[in-house]
Design a protein around this ligand. Sequence first.
Ligand SMILES: [Zn+2]
Ligand SMILES: [Zn+2]
Length: 222
Amino acid sequence: MIIVHPFLSWMSNVYLLENEAGLFLVDAAPPGYHQHILRVIRQSKKDLKIIYITHAHFDHYGSAAALREQTGAKIAIHHADARAMSRGQTPIRSAHGRSRWTVPFLPLVNLAYPWLKTAPDILLEDDERLDSFGLPASILHTPGHTPGSTCLLVDNGADGPLAFTGDLVSGSHHPHLQNLYADDWSQLPESLARVQAARPAQVYPGHGSRPISGDVFQQVNR
Ligand SMILES: [Zn+2]
Ligand SMILES: [Zn+2]
């Protein structure tokens, strides 16, 4: 039995997962958010086992290193995004619409937060299982937004898994394939198809104020 504790940070969503084996964090908010997350971790009186990062953008891993220091949890990310996170970078090759104006400022984030450099402890592969850490879940490689973007599929019995999808889809009311930033736009439809094929019961996006139901997620256009 998994309990999902969602946090909406000012920029992105963080999900704290709890089961009998311990706690697992899905993404780690922008820098400066660790005290807030630590408070909830300490209330639960369980150990944080893993800080799983969906992809190497600073609004998703910004507080990961500080949380590791305080809890001893291991930081996990797909190997294709490991170098960018180790360098404290937020690589964006292509941006659409008004998002284009944010790209020139991204190197400033790196300057403003030199401690953002976050070397991972665990390099994830496609299809890898996390059972050995106490979390019955698998990793799905879903490149496009970044080369090493992944989704986490947490076992949830016959209803279908709970999917944590980072920046693959946006919008909780009218969800759509994320269309602001990409490393490779052409990979996004196939990545979405992979997650849809897993038939998740519930989808927890990296941005947006609420989860997406499995039925609505199946209708998201590729
Ligand atoms: Zn992102
Ligand atoms: Zn994001």
